[in-house]
Ligand binder design. Sequence first.
Ligand code: HEC
Length: 181
Amino acid sequence: MGKLVWQISIITAIVWGVFMASCRDKALELPKLPTSEEYHAWRETTDIPLNYPIPGHGDVFREIYINPIGEAVEKKIINDRVVYAYPTGTVIVKEIYAGRDEPIPEEQPIKLTIMIKAPEHPLALNGWLWIDADVPPTQPHVITHRFCVDCHANANETHPYGDMNPQNEFRDFVFFPPRPH
Ligand code: HEC
């Protein structure tokens, strides 16, 4: 009898271990990334040609797309300050091209950087997953150090890009908010 109890506890421990491991893997799963056909159907957040140098990024051509969930961003007033609150599920894709010139039709970007609003995700930093991906994004890589988010914190105050955030709004780490329709 003692032996049976012992065997049952071992089996329970193994089953529990497998269960916990699968929970952890599930929690770390990434939201599905859009295909290039999918995100090309979204709106671009700016029509400024992004080919000027930004520190740490070089000076190659960039294009930014936001999904309809993110376009519905809510602006709240908190302590007299405009605060952007992107809904969970917002996806912003930035394409990075090889050259500095406007890409020719059919030209593929060489790399994507992606922000996904997923505040519940264990790897999220300040509410966003920061992702670096090849094209097509077969091996997306979640950035878990603060490299991306620390630079993007500059978007939350007046900065040198786009409309420059002149009213010092809390832009939720996004330099180019979606344009009004
Ligand atoms: C040195 C500062 C800096 C760092 C580091 C940085 N970014 Fe950015 N990022 C910018 C700027 C500036 C823009 C505005 C668009 C442009 O000029 O390319 C931007 C735009 C973006 C956008 C479009 C949304 C927006 O803010 O307008 C995404 C997505 C993005 N970056 C992802 C990332 C990811 C992921 C990382 C880390 C791998 C990263 N960025 C690291 C400065 C930075």
